[in-house]
Design a protein around this ligand. Structure first.
Ligand code: NAD
Length: 376
């Protein structure tokens, strides 16, 4: 009785497989980076608290980069239109005109965007952007010196459950199936990024996190390829962990200073980095970088906080997350001194304009004022 649905699903599966084979083959042909006279930083507000916190990060970048902006070497370009309303109106996770504007920039500072869940079949704008710009490495630092934590997460950013997450199969009333995809080239490049980071930053330990005992093909291959990569870095100790025990290890004090660099498939990275950010003080305190060979996008690790907006507390959102992302952006564009200055300014603002998320603390804009004052 299911024959027709099986036929339809098999045809759908064949299309998916063909598209993923094409993607996997193209991963080896990354475009070379062009040398340009002017670097363009696109600024995208996003949804919910996105525009509120992003405005403060934009002010901070304008202050930190005022000389380069005045000399025409750097442009901060505001890009509108990546809002849920606009995306729903045109039925695209990233409208074509917005994508074209984004691709005309070199790096992007992006506020969080809302993804409708369940029935509304709109793909996440973030997932679409990571795919379109081929931002394969999601790098998330978590630092709590008093607990001996100095971690850097390398989350694979374009594959796993996210590659074709919105394209599963459904036999109505009976079952649903989603697909997880891991490619050889996709795994090797995230493993390379993690080990290279470790080597360049004097780190001695890399933790490879999978669930290869259950997801034998996808995570199994991820684990094998990371082991092969580890052999090229004999100076670094590599250990494999399953994601379940790693989620426990993150809150086990005796593991804190042993763990240094992590590399893992997409979904585990999504989950573990939120847990790690909570140890640091909450998702509002953590920034992240999405890095590819051509483009890079910097953002807060959290979402658009719709409940905060609904209770009228949006102006009290913490911009530290996106300011930390701006620090990573400055590091990425080769300005470590300005990055260090902005980090110090954020710390000053934390002392002078503490944020609580409620009217008892400072507003997001007051925090931004304190950052800009510290940068002057
Ligand atoms: P969320 O991160 O928006 O909120 C989780 C909790 O953290 C809420 O209590 C919120 O009030 C609080 N919070 C988040 N950022 C804060 C900040 N800067 N200051 C103070 N408190 C803050 O998570 P969610 O509710 O699961 O997701 C909301 C929407 O965001 C969803 O549509 C989701 O898909 C989307 N999302 C987007 C991104 C992104 O664009 N990178 C990331 C995650 C989630």
């Amino acid at each position: 009785m299911y024959e027709e649905m099986i036929e339809k699903s098999v045809a759908h599966y064949r299309d998916l497989l063909e598209s993923q084979i094409k993607r996997a083959e193209n991963l080896n042909n990354a475009p070379a980076l062009e040398k340009k006279d002017k670097l363009v930083i696109g600024v995208v507000g996003g949804d919910g608290i996105g525009p509120i916190i992003t405005a403060q990060a934009q002010r901070a970048l304008e202050a930190a980069l005022k000389d380069e902006i005045a000399a025409g070497k750097i442009e901060l370009r505001t890009i509108d239109g990546l809002t849920l309303e606009n995306r729903l109106a045109v039925g695209k996770a990233v409208p074509d005109d917005v994508l074209a504007e984004i691709k005309a920039c070199d790096v992007l500072l992006k506020g969080p965007t809302t993804t409708p869940s369940g029935g509304a079949m709109m793909e996440s704008a973030n997932v679409a952007l990571r795919r379109e710009l081929d931002l394969f490495a999601n790098c998330r630092p978590v630092c709590v010196p008093e607990q001996g934590i100095d971690w850097m997460f390398f989350r694979e950013n374009t594959e796993g459950e996210y590659a074709i997450g919105g394209k599963g199969i459904e036999i109505p009333g009976l079952l649903t199936m989603d697909f997880k995809v891991t490619t050889v080239a996709g795994t090797r490049r995230i493993a390379r990024a993690a080990f290279e980071y470790a080597r360049k930053n004097g780190k001695t330990h890399v933790a490879v996190v999978t669930k290869s005992n259950i997801m034998k093909k996808t995570d199994g291959m991820f684990s094998i390829l990371c082991r092969e990569m580890a052999a090229e870095y004999p100076d670094i100790e590599t250990e494999e962990y399953f994601v379940d025990i790693m989620s426990a290890n993150l809150i086990k004090p005796s593991m804190h200073s042993k763990l240094q660099v992590f590399v893992m498939p997409n979904l585990y990275g999504d989950i573990l980095t939120d847990e790690a950010a909570q140890i640091q003080g909450g998702v509002g305190t953590a920034g992240s970088a999405n890095i590819g060979d051509r483009y890079a996008m910097f953002e807060a690790i959290h979402g658009s906080a719709p409940r905060m907006i609904a209770r009228g507390a949006g102006d009290y959102a913490n911009p530290e997350s996106i300011l930390r992302a701006a620090v990573m952006l400055l590091q990425h564009i080769g300005m470590p001194d300005k990055a260090a200055k902005l980090t110090a300014a954020i710390e000053t603002a934390n002392r002078n304009a503490p944020i609580t998320g409620t009217a008892e603390g400072c507003t997001c804009a007051q925090f931004g004022d304190a950052v800009v004052a510290a940068l002057a």
